[in-house]
Design a binder for this molecule. Structure first.
Ligand SMILES: Cc1cc2nc3c(=O)[nH]c(=O)nc-3n(C[C@H](O)[C@H](O)[C@H](O)COP(=O)(O)OP(=O)(O)OC[C@H]3O[C@@H](n4cnc5c(N)ncnc54)[C@H](O)[C@@H]3O)c2cc1C
Length: 555
């Protein structure tokens, strides 16, 4: 049966979703009895033209499953004009053709990391009958929350259980934004798992889907229970400190060295996220290859949410019902400066100290599902690559560290963030007085324009001035730059085979997610973990002799 995607259907803000189904059917000339299924594939708010009096509306893509062989003149015409197209295939998380039946065959996978990459890799493997042990250096959710409260009170981070390490990974205290820019067949099945664990159903189609920290915290224990139902075992506060390999070439990992002892394994899924710098060091010593990767560098900017709402929705009738406004701003590279863009925008959110090590400062943002705080924050970042930070796999990491230390010291060495008003940053002058901030450790006036590398300062200056034209006030006295944003993406990559997902030179090592350099957010990490696990299943989960050689394509 063909599923047709009807594109760009408009829906008034006060209309129920049911109108979309009727509109989609009308577009292709289908009668209700010819309809086998209907789902909203994507829906976004469109406020363009509001200043010329055009009403805000939703714009939706709707997928229609129609009876076998359905055709109509309207469908043919809509297809020709590009208003209708065949819907992209929706994939499955389960693997129909694993190279072996692992039930009762004691194939064992160790997954390092309980972020989205590790958890979805673990789920795919466990569902196929592989014995999965998931380890995380950080604590289970409830204990992790207590460790964070202690950090906020004492200003001394726990290096093992913190905002970046522990159940759920780096996104556990986040806005829980779930959109990707790729139309991946596994996107829907992953989102469906999250909905089954309690995420709001709108994440299946909302173009700006987010879950929020409060709801994520209700969802994660259910996701953990789902894996446990399939036999997976979780080991908290258990850190991987190395690998045990045999002498073969390519190398085969026989066990994972952990703080709780050696864990034998047939396959190692490595999903430690972008901040496990000590873990990269021990892996590099064991011969795991690393390559430098360009990363995003900049600052976190905060404004009153009301300023952003006015800039985005000002003049839209009924704007109050639209919730806190968000933005996604881009400043293209020009002759005057490199490009820069906003990233990880948190409407109605707050700024957090995204650190796992004492003596370093890095900021990020989070929000609850209701987006209810008075503040809006986002990263404004530019790209730094080997040309900027020099040769060597860990040169980018060295620059990150140097800047994080510089910002930590400039804030007074107690996680207070150095901060500068945006207008002062643009004018290269001191900030005398700062407004209030959502940042939990508070801020102190600092010269962000001098603390940042020149290239980042110039890119951000051009970008902030441009953004001020798009959202009036963005570059003014009510905007403040808070601390450093240095970990929006990881600075290294573990080279792996494109098809089999195996690390170069290793038989059974699957580096996945952000720490391995293959993801930049929650959804892309989950997708990468799931895909790698599927590849491992097709390759026989580390079966030597019967599996295909590294570099070979999975069947
Ligand atoms: C504050 C904040 C807000 C964010 N907001 C968003 C957002 O709204 N939307 C979005 O898409 N992305 C967001 N991100 C980014 C997103 O969280 C990451 O891209 C994503 O979590 C990466 O997933 P991952 O599974 O690769 O690694 P991670 O989620 O980082 O998980 C890695 C896990 O591995 C564990 N680990 C590390 N080393 C070891 C070891 N040696 N042994 C055992 N365990 C180890 C860690 O404890 C951690 O739990 C945010 C990040 C932060 C910090």
């Amino acid at each position: 049966m063909t599923t047709w995607r009807v594109l760009n259907l408009e829906q008034r803000l006060d209309e129920p979703d049911s109108v979309l189904r009727a509109r989609a059917c009308r577009e292709v000339g289908a009668e209700p009895e010819q309809l086998r299924g209907c789902r909203i594939a994507r829906k976004s708010l469109d406020v363009r033209g509001r200043r010329k009096g055009r009403a805000a509306r939703f714009v939706a893509h709707v997928d229609l499953e129609l009876s076998e062989g359905f055709r109509s003149e309207l469908l043919t015409r809509a297809e020709r004009s590009g208003r209708v197209q065949v819907a992209p295939v929706v994939g499955k998380l389960v693997v129909d053709d694993p190279a072996g039946d692992f039930r009762g065959r004691a194939r064992r996978a160790v997954v390092v990391g309980t972020g989205p990459a590790g958890v979805f890799a673990g789920l795919v493997l466990a569902r196929s009958g592989v014995q999965v042990d998931v380890i995380d250096r950080g604590a289970v959710l409830e204990e992790r929350g207590r460790d964070l409260v202690r950090f906020h009170r004492s200003r001394v981070p726990d290096p093992e259980s913190n905002l970046l390490f522990g159940e759920g990974g780096a996104g556990t205290y986040s806005d829980g934004k779930l959109y990707t820019r790729v139309d991946d067949p596994l996107e829907v099945p992953i989102l469906e798992e999250l909905v089954a664990c309690g995420a709001p159903p709108e994440i299946l189609y909302d173009a700006r889907a987010h879950i929020g920290t409060d709801k994520l915290h209700r969802l994660l224990p259910k996701l953990r229970a789902l894996l446990e139902e399939h036999g997976a075992r979780f080991h908290w506060r258990t850190r991987m400190d190395g690998i045990v390999t045999d002498d073969a070439s390519p190398k085969r990992i026989t066990a994972v060295r952990t703080t709780a002892g050696d864990m034998p394994c047939d396959v190692l899924v490595l999903a430690p996220g972008h901040s496990a710098r000590d873990t990269w060091a021990v892996l590099a010593e064991s011969g795991v290859p690393f390559a430098a990767r360009a990363f995003q560098l900049g600052v976190r900017v905060e404004h009153p949410q009301s300023l952003i709402d006015e800039g985005r929705y000002g003049g839209v009738p009924g704007a109050e019902a639209l919730g806190a406004a968000s933005y996604n701003l881009v400043s293209k590279a020009g002759h005057d400066a490199p490009g820069a863009h906003s990233f990880c925008m948190c409407p109605g959110g707050r700024i957090v100290a995204s650190v796992n090590e004492a003596g370093l400062l890095c900021t990020n943002g989070m929000s609850n599902s209701t987006h209810s705080s008075r503040y809006a924050n986002a990263a404004i970042v530019t790209t730094f690559g080997p040309r900027e930070f020099g040769e060597g796999a860990f040169a980018g990491l060295a620059l990150q560290r140097e800047l994080e230390q510089r910002f930590f010291e400039a804030g007074g060495s107690d996680y207070t963030a150095p901060a500068q008003r945006v207008d002062d940053f643009l004018a290269r002058r001191d900030t005398r007085e700062l407004e209030r901030t959502s940042y939990v450790f508070g801020m102190t006036p600092g010269r962000i324009d001098r603390l940042l590398p020149e290239r980042a300062r110039d890119a951000l200056s051009v970008a902030l001035a441009r953004f001020d034209r798009l959202i009036p006030g963005f570059g003014g006295e009510h905007g403040v730059l808070v601390g450093l944003e240095s970990r929006s993406s990881g600075p290294v990559r573990i080279p792996r085979d494109r098809q089999s997902f195996r690390a170069e030179g290793f038989w059974n090592l699957y580096p996945v997610g952000e720490g391995a350099g293959y993801a930049g957010g929650i959804m892309s990490a989950a997708l990468d973990g799931a895909r790698a696990a599927q590849a491992a299943l097709r390759m026989g989960v580390g079966l030597v002799g019967t599996g295909q050689a590294p570099g070979a394509r999975p069947s």
